[in-house]
Design a protein around this ligand. Structure first.
Ligand code: ARG
Length: 256
């Protein structure tokens, strides 16, 4: 009798240990409209997507807020089940995590000070790149570990040449970079389009160069080989795209 009770307890502990009732999400909640904290609560497009995924999987969503450059590693080291953080799919990241189907198209964009005459009347990506390259000692602010940083500094794996004449300075988040630009410590900020639009709206004296510099897709990261979770996520994402819930979430957080 004693032995079998012990045995049962042992088995149930094992079972609970394997099939967790929680879905842990690694994110950097400093990236409105995708993830941010407002009124003491996590909000944003990615938070709503994760909430639906967790519901469908009948799990409790647990959000782990961290620096952006730790998100991929949290997933690859199995410290989080999913990475959902406006995360751009990229070959370098694919070496350490698997990505779901994509759910949003994005691009890097430039934020300038509204009174900066040097970037007026630019129409194309090439004109923007040329303008940046022609200015000596330009200071560019980016968010650490993001596409924007690789794009500005240059990175072979990402296929970005970088701005050789400029100095790229990394910040923990876009808001800090914008604050530094307003303080004249930076000339421009390079960041993802939607966050750029939010930042420009909320910081007077800043303007967006509405020209896409890159072509990116956001997706959800899971640990390598976790095809069971990946398949479930893909079918939930697919359903959300079909029945309009995805668009509804995006509209809820962003209207141009
Ligand atoms: N899309 C860019 C990247 O993957 C930036 C994402 C930043 N996300 C965030 N939550 N701060 O590198």
């Amino acid at each position: 009798m004693r032995i079998s009770l012990f045995f049962l307890t042992f088995i149930s502990i094992l079972f609970i240990g394997c099939k967790s009732d929680k879905l842990t999400m690694a994110t950097a909640a400093n990236f409105a409209p995708f993830e941010y904290v407002s009124g003491g609560k996590f909000q944003g497009i990615d938070i709503d997507i994760a909430t639906i995924i967790a519901n469908e999987l009948k799990k409790e969503l647990v959000i782990q807020d961290m620096e952006f450059d730790s998100v991929v590693q949290a997933v690859s080291s199995n410290n989080a089940d999913i990475g959902l953080s406006g995360l751009t799919v990229n070959e370098t990241r694919k070496q350490v995590v698997d990505f779901s189907d994509t759910y949003f198209s994005a691009a890097q964009m430039v934020i300038i000070k509204s009174d900066d005459k040097r970037f007026k009347n630019l129409k194309t990506k090439d004109e923007v790149i040329k303008a940046i390259n022609e200015i000596k000692d330009l200071k560019i602010g980016v968010q650490a570990g993001t596409t924007g940083e690789f794009y500005s500094k240059g990175d072979q794996n990402w296929g970005f040449e970088g701005f050789k004449n400029a100095k790229t300075i990394s910040f923990a988040n876009g808001a800090m970079a914008i604050a530094a630009m307003i303080n004249n410590q930076l000339d421009i900020v390079i960041i993802d389009e939607m966050p750029a639009r939010v930042l420009v709206k909320t910081n007077s004296g800043t303007s967006l160069l509405d020209i896409a510099l890159t072509d990116e897709e956001y997706a959800i990261a899971v640990s390598k080989g976790n095809s069971e979770l990946l398949d479930s996520i893909n079918s939930i994402l697919n359903k959300m795209k079909q029945d309009g819930r995805m668009q509804e979430i995006i509209n809820k957080y962003y209207s141009k």
